[in-house]
Design a protein around this ligand. Sequence first.
Ligand SMILES: *Cc1c(COP(=O)(O)O)cnc(C)c1O
Length: 427
Amino acid sequence: MSTKRDTIVDVDRRHVWHPYTATETWEKADPIVVARASGAWLEDVDGRRYIDGNSSWWVAGLGHSHPRLVKKLAEQAAELAHVTLAGTAHEHAALLAQELAGITGLEHAFYTDNGSGSIEVAIKVALQHWKNVGQPNKTRFVALDGAYHGDTLGPTSLGGVEVFRRPYASVLFECVRVPFPDPKAHERAFEAIRQLLRTEGDSIAAVIVEPIVQGAAGMRIYDPAFLKELREETKRANVLLVTDEVFAGYGRTGPMWAGEHAGITPDMMCLGKVFSSILPMAATMVSDEVFRSFRGGPETTLWYGHTFCGHPLGAALAREVLAIYREEDVLGQIARKGKRIADFFGKMKGVENARAIGMIGAAELGGTGYLGGLGWKVFEEAKKRGAYLRPLGDTIYVCPPFVIPDADLERLLGILEESVEAARKSV
Ligand SMILES: *Cc1c(COP(=O)(O)O)cnc(C)c1O
């Protein structure tokens, strides 16, 4: 252990408030102090290396410091690092929107800084759209049990993970919650939402869902048939459907968009994370029909925008990400490695409810949910063995970079297996 490491940890403990981290846990933690990262690997200040088992919170789909992204960032910074998008236009914001329209089927892009922002935009656009078309009573939102759509107040209102909501309940807006379409209770969940849309559709602005997989709730996967039926029912009830592809998009579940499993096009789609990969940026894709309702003057204009909206660095990177998808067969790589992940989880011992889709493999340790402790024992064991495997409570999972070399994937899965065994023995 180096003095450099000790100094950073000491200063950090005194001054940095970490995301999703209990203060007293952090005071006792022995964190990895990351100095550099490349491909699927993190390296600490003492030169120890760790495989990044969750792509640094699901962002590094193309691995850390992809040479094309690093090069693009430097080139773009030298050319045009920042300009406002208020009343000006620039090449990358324009061409990115066109490229995204081509692959999402939604013609218009509204840019924000992060995934939560992309959801805030969808909420405001949905509310104002119904006002603009003369149906101002459509003001309610519907979301699934266990939903996670980000941490600003709008997404928190939609969120269905109780422990994330409780302290703020007094200021959250109403959200109608419907059961998660668990494989065993698919029909019941669908009946609930069908009833709701058919009887109360007149007061509902939009249904917002994470398509096919709920990430933060614990990698909960559901049947595409639910999404397909949801699209049909929302159309019938004249309710907007918003898919939050911030986690599931960019091939995480196999196809480019998780909505493709069900062959649907939503009215709005939220994109983030891998979208820009190394800088915070996000987009809300909006259908032409919804967009057109905002014509007509100050009353129908969307009065919304962030300072760094559509910044050139992020837009240039997001275009390079799409170029890498086209030219390096990222989806083909995901199809191949996804099979290996599914095979591994299918045979995994000492866990419950093992499941996999695309580049996600997950299982339960049978503990006490989000605040359970066994997942963190696995985390510590994995760290000793050279992998970063942050759990979701007692749900353990891998969600590695899509471009992880086969040998590194094998090593990650091997470490996971050993770490589960070691954690079980220690209790
Ligand atoms: C991470 C995430 C968000 C929020 O994105 P931020 O960039 O953290 O604000 C929204 N929805 C889903 C499904 C996510 O996984």
